[in-house]
Structure formats: C-alpha cells, structure tokens
Ligand binder design. Sequence first.
Ligand SMILES: [Zn+2]
Length: 76
Amino acid sequence: MDKCSRCGAEMTPGALYSPVRLSFRPQDAKFMTLSTGDVLTKAMMCRQCGHIEITGDVNKLRRLTSGPEGEGRPGE
Ligand SMILES: [Zn+2]
C-alpha cells in the first residue's frame, strides 16, 4: 500500500528522531483542552532509492487548528 512516490518501491515505516522525535507545530494552533500543540510525525523510507516521506497526524492537526467544524477563519 505504501509505495515510494519517487520510484514506486516498497517503503519501510519508522520515525525521525533529532534527538527527540520530530513533531510539527501548526502556527495557528489553539491550545484549548489539549495537553500539547504538537502533531506527531511518522516517516517512511524507500528501500530502493532512500527517499524519505514524512506524514503528520491530520486528525490532531484538525483538532488543533479548526476547533468546532464550520468556523474556519484563519488568522484570528
Ligand atoms: Zn524510492
């Protein structure tokens, strides 16, 4: 299912550490009842060409940035 977007070979799942695990913090995150504004990332590396793909948790991002569905005015 997870194929390299560059060469189409098999991807191996993992994560990037630096020395702690990398996470993504959206600029307009709302810190309501959430314990952290960080979106964890996961990574896939191609066995063939070494291409690394980083994917974030979109559900977490949605909770951080949009709040109640519908009112999505960015900025303020
Ligand atoms: Zn590849």
